[in-house]
Design a binder for this molecule. Structure first.
Ligand code: UGY
Ligand code: MN
Length: 254
């Protein structure tokens, strides 16, 4: 009799996935694919959504050759796209740009947008309802590339932050930042703040403190942190680590 095949590592005996009411840790393999109306040759893997407890949604889009969307549902939301792999033609309110790895686009609320890839591409997607401020116009569309955004290292030994949409502009109600770490570096304190996070590891590895427990995280992992979750990152391994971070900012509480 042929013995049963040995399961691949991580299937039994070791689990890195955890979902709690306040935070979630998700290795990519377990986030199963779906299709979306209005998209061709595209698989979506939702990582965060109101169903999880988040006040925003985040997903990984795997666009096949010739795929994408020209007529997504008009949801009135604001959107952010970040190209992880491949090249994508992104249209925002009639402006079009081809974005390669590290390229990104911000779509203000209610503005038409589209995505198209000639060859397979991977895109991180964040969307949320915009919170308007009286007397402040919503932000305008924006394109950029990680390579052109300065690395702020002020008071950050062994670390940097790249503010992809800038910081401190009240028109924006969220930031998208790249947080970078040299091996052995970490934050100066354990953060406990009102802002939520959607975190996608894009480089390296480390240990993440969520609540009271440390979690080993690798490139490709996703973490949702709800308001006030104690958090800290410690960069391990031989090389640098970096993650893309969603953070709601600039609004009062009601
Ligand atoms: O800005 C931040 O909130 C950031 N330091 N948090 C994090 O990386 N978990
Ligand atoms: Mn934080």
């Amino acid at each position: 009799m042929t013995p049963p095949a040995i399961p691949p590592p991580g299937v039994f005996g070791h689990n890195r996935s955890l979902v709690t009411p306040h935070y979630a840790m998700m290795p990519p393999a377990g986030i199963l694919p779906s299709r979306l109306p209005g998209f061709a040759e595209t698989v979506v893997r939702f990582q965060a959504a109101p169903a999880l407890g988040a006040r925003f949604a985040q997903a990984l889009l795997e666009i096949g050759a010739g795929g994408g969307t020209t007529a997504p549902r008009d949801d009135g939301l604001e959107h952010f796209f970040y190209v992880l792999d491949g090249a994508v033609d992104v249209t925002v309110g009639g402006q079009a740009q081809r974005l390669g790895p590290g390229g990104y686009a911000f779509v203000p609320p209610g503005i038409a947008w589209g995505l198209r890839a000639e060859a397979p591409a991977q895109v991180a997607w964040v969307k949320r309802p915009y919170e308007p401020l009286p007397g402040v116009a919503p932000p305008v569309p924006r394109f950029g590339n990680r390579a052109d955004v300065p690395r702020d290292t002020t008071n950050r030994p062994g670390r940097y932050i790249q503010f992809l949409l800038g910081t401190g502009d009240l028109a924006f109600d969220f930031e998208m930042n790249l947080m970078g770490f040299e091996p052995g570096s970490h934050f100066p304190c354990i953060e406990t703040h009102i802002m939520e996070h959607g975190l996608l590891m894009v480089e390296g590895q480390g240990n993440y403190l969520l609540g009271r427990d440390w979690h080993e995280v690798w490139t490709g992992d996703f973490i949702w942190m709800g308001p006030f979750v104690p958090q800290q990152f410690y960069c391990t391994g031989w090389g640098p680590a970096a993650y893309l971070l969603y953070k709601n900012v600039n609004r009062d509480v009601t």
